[in-house]
Structure formats: structure tokens, C-alpha cells
Design a protein around this ligand. Structure first.
Ligand SMILES: Cc1cc2nc3c(=O)[nH]c(=O)nc-3n(C[C@H](O)[C@H](O)[C@H](O)COP(=O)(O)O)c2cc1C
Length: 429
């Protein structure tokens, strides 16, 4: 929308992935076990973002299911996809971790059920195009370095003559498993998400490709979203802030742990997946950190990398325990931002806050620049608030809308006053 004096309001551009148009460029990150289920994914999709179901461990941990874990997981996934379809016409996909031993099964189940996209990380999804051949499902690898993106793109081009439909870049502040070395995270030697995102954007450009790059990990407000859009990302992936929404299906004590977490409660653990993970302090984690071992009785190895004889605990069981609220015996994964989260809100409120913050961020030069409200501008210009409001509504003042409210950039208002004075002076001559 162009106002007077060439003032152009910057809008949030939709995230375009092939023929998918995600109106709000926010992808809700997949969260297992049983954290991002149908209720969360559909609520995000209904707000114009992209919802993501996490496919890991969707079979209930009942004795009869343990007998055929892949079948229980498959049925759980089918149930969640159908529930999501019943609740939204919006865009949603499934997150499938390469490290899972039933990876192929989960991919083919997702393909058969039909969703908009598959996001795949925790390993390099090199065979994903082969497993989804002949479908329109968008394929979105998750990477934590430009090198990993390069390997995936070139392998897919060489083997399958195709490229990813989008790439998610996950930085060191993300939740769940992290694509960095344990020592590098602990010594803070990992690169910033900003730098890795820029590297991946540059790589994509240098290869002559047009692939939307989506940045994720530690993004919790609109200002951060705007920062990543300004540096060239086409969207963001956000997970942790969605845990503390009404629609997230985890029990209340799980959400409470997020709300009460302090910096020192956020720990990096070595996971049997073979990658470090970020988790909140629980009795269980304290024990693990002290070197306590919990014997594993496993008749099915759910992770390609897990050796039940040497693994100190069963991560699947610890994550099931989290999902049912038995937190003393649980691993509760998290990102780095719980200390910033103050209360449980609806997905709608969270999305609105993120979008409005992003709009403010896009229309200012970072958080330092002050935006006037109607009342503040009225004081500044010594006019009645109603007059300011009317002028804004009629496009007579350079302004833009954040939600239902008008905002005014100080620098643009000052320039506008100067031009008004100039016109008056010229008219009077
Ligand atoms: C509780 C939790 C569980 C997660 N589970 C998965 C998962 O199953 N698969 C996956 O690829 N990523 C998983 N992630 C990573 C998210 O999808 C997301 O990319 C990342 O957390 C973004 O950072 P943020 O949480 O700071 O927004 C998980 C994250 C959290 C917080």
C-alpha cells in the first residue's frame, strides 16, 4: 500500500513453495513425541501459517503396540493426518526424521494419505525423492549448514534430477535434536543462525536456483522474524513458543515446566539419536547427567543409531513419559526460548502477535526506531487523536496498520511535516 510522499508500507509476503501459497510465512516446526499433533497443526494452518505434524512415536506405548511398533506408529500417523484434514483446509505437512528406523514406512504412509509437504532432518534425507516419486508432495530438508544443503541439492540433482522445494535452516538455538557437535554447542563455537541462513541463501543463488529458505531456531517474536526476512529468508520455522498454546496437546504440567524454566534449567544432553539435544531439567535428566543408566527392554529398535546394549536409557520411553505428563521419568525437549514465554495463549493470539511484530519490524530499522501510536502522534503534532485517526484512515498521513491499530514512523512523519511546510511556503509566495 503506497501512502503519500512515496511512503510504502511493507507487508508480509506469503511463503511460496512451488504451487503452495502460505499466507503467513510461519511454519510451525514438527515436535515429537506427540507434541505437534492434529490440534496444533490445524490451528496454525487455520491462521494462514503452515502446520506440521511430528511423525515420531505416534503409536501409543501400550504393550500390544510394542509387539508391532511400526504398525502402531503408522496407524497413529494416519489418525493424526485424518484429524488434521477434518479440522483445516489450510496447509500442513509431516516431519519425518531420517534417524528413524521406520522412516521409509512413515514416508510412504504420508504419501498415501496425501499432505502438502514432508520436512525431513535429523540426518540427510538423500533418498526422499525416490520414496515420494510420482507425488506432488513438497520436499523440504532441514539442514544446519550450507555444506549439508549443498550435498542434498547436488545428490538430488544427480540421482533424481530434482531439487528441494524449500530448505529449512536450523540454528544452534533450536529445540529437539541439534545438527551440531556437542562440544561446539557447549563452547558456543557454533555459527549464528543468521550466518548459516545467509550462507544457504548464497549457496542457492550461486547454484542458480530459486528455493525458498526458511530460518528456524530461537525465533520467538516478530522483530526476529523481520530480521530474518530482511536478510533474505522467505519464512521462518518456529516450534518452542507453540508448546505453550491451548491447542498444543501436551499435558498442563509439561506446559508449566516451560513457563517456569530459567536459563539454567535448559540443558544440552547427548541423545541415543547420536546428536545433542536441548531439554529441560527433570529428575530423569539430572540422573542421566550424573551417569545413571536405565536398563532398556526393547524388542524393536526405533532409531537406526540406537544400540540398546550400550544406550544409557530409552529415549522413546522417556519421550512417551513426557507426553503423558510423567515428568520425573521424562525427557522434555525444548528450544532456547522458554524464559521469554510468560503465559499460555491461543495459537490465534500467538500468530497475531508474531505477525504484528514482524510488520512493525519490517517497517522500522530494527527495534530502536520508535513508532508513534495515534495518541503519541497527536501529542507530537499537537492535534486531536480523532483528527490523526481520520487522516490515517483517509491516507492523508504516512501510516501503516498493525492489526487494527495505526502506527506512524517518526522519521517519515518529520519528513512529511517538512514537505507540508515547503508546500505552504511555495503556495504563499
Ligand atoms: C519439544 C520439541 C520437539 C521437537 N521434535 C522434533 C522432531 O520430532 N523432529 C524434528 O525434525 N524437529 C523437532 N524439533 C525441532 C523443531 O521442529 C524446530 O525446527 C525448532 O525447534 C525451531 O526452533 P524453536 O523451537 O526455537 O522455534 C523439536 C523441537 C521441540 C522444541
Amino acid at each position: 500500500m503506497a501512502g503519500r510522499d512515496g511512503f510504502v508500507m511493507k507487508k508480509l509476503k506469503p511463503l511460496i513453495i512451488g504451487d503452495l501459497e502460505i499466507k503467513v510465512p510461519i511454519v510451525q516446526g514438527g515436535m515429537g513425541v506427540k507434541i505437534s499433533t492434529a490440534s496444533l497443526a490445524s490451528a496454525v494452518a487455520n491462521c494462514g501459517g503452515a502446520g506440521t505434524l511430528a511423525s515420531v512415536g505416534l503409536g501409543d506405548d501400550r504393550q500390544e503396540n510394542r509387539a508391532d511398533y511400526p504398525k502402531a506408529s503408522r496407524e497413529g500417523l494416519i489418525y493424526e493426518i485424518r484429524q488434521t484434514k477434518k479440522s483445516t483446509k489450510g496447509i500442513f505437512g509431516v516431519n519425518i526424521m531420517v534417524a528413524l528406523s521406520n522412516y521409509e514406512d512413515l514416508v510412504s504412509t504420508t504419501v498415501k494419505q496425501g499432505v502438502d509437504f514432508i520436512v525431513s532432518g535429523a540426518g540427510l534425507p538423500l533418498r526422499l525423492p525416490e520414496l515420494t516419486e510420482g507425488t506432488k508432495i513438497k520436499l523440504i530438508p532441514i539442514v544446519s549448514s550450507a555444506r549439508a544443503a549443498d550435498i542434498i541439492i547436488k545428490t538430488w540433482q544427480r540421482r533424481y534430477n530434482r531439487i528441494p522445494d524449500a530448505i529449512v535452516v536450523e540454528g544452534p538455538l533450536a529445540g529437539g535434536h541439534l545438527g551440531f557437535k556437542y562440544e561446539d554447542i557447549m563452547s558456543r563455537k557454533t555459527d549464528l543462525l543468521e550466518n548459516i541462513t545467509k550462507d544457504v541463501i548464497t549457496l542457492v543463488k550461486n547454484l542458480g536456483l530459486k528455493i525458498p529458505v526458511i530460518a528456524g531456531g530461537g525465533i520467538y517474536d516478530g522483530t526476529r522474524i523481520a530480521d530474518f526476512l530482511k536478510l533474505g529468508a522467505s519464512g521462518v520455522q518456529i516450534a518452542t513458543p507453540f508448546v505453550t498454546t491451548f491447542e498444543c496437546s501436551v499435558p498442563d504440567n509439561f506446559k508449566e515446566l516451560y513457563l517456569t524454566a530459567k536459563e539454567e534449567d535448559i540443558l544440552i544432553i547427548a541423545s541415543p539419536v547420536g546428536m545433542p539435544g536441548r531439554a529441560l531439567r527433570t529428575k530423569f535428566i539430572d540422573g542421566v547427567m550424573k551417569g545413571e543408566k536405565r536398563p532398556i527392554s526393547c524388542n524393536y529398535i526405533c532409531l537406526k543409531t540406537c544400540d540398546p546394549h550400550t544406550a544409557p536409557y530409552c529415549i522413546a520411553e522417556a519421550m512417551f513419559n513426557a507426553a503423558i505428563g510423567d515428568l520425573d521419568n521424562a525427557i522434555v525437549f525444548t528450544g532456547a526460548v522458554p524464559p521469554k514465554i510468560k503465559r499460555i495463549i491461543s495459537v490465534n493470539e500467538l500468530m497475531d502477535t508474531l505477525v504484528n511484530g514482524a510488520l512493525e519490524g519490517l517497517n522500522t530499522n530494527g527495534s530502536q526506531e520508535h513508532l508513534f501510536t495515534v495518541k503519541e502522534l497527536a501529542d507530537y503534532l499537537k492535534m486531536q487523536p480523532i483528527t490523526i485517526y481520520k487522516h490515517a484512515e483517509q491516507g492523508k498521513l504516512p501510516s501503516f496498520k498493525v492489526g487494527a491499530s495505526w502506527r506512524f514512523k517518526k522519521a517519515t512523519i518529520d519528513k512529511w511535516i517538512e514537505e507540508q511546510e515547503k508546500t505552504r511556503y511555495n503556495d504563499a509566495k
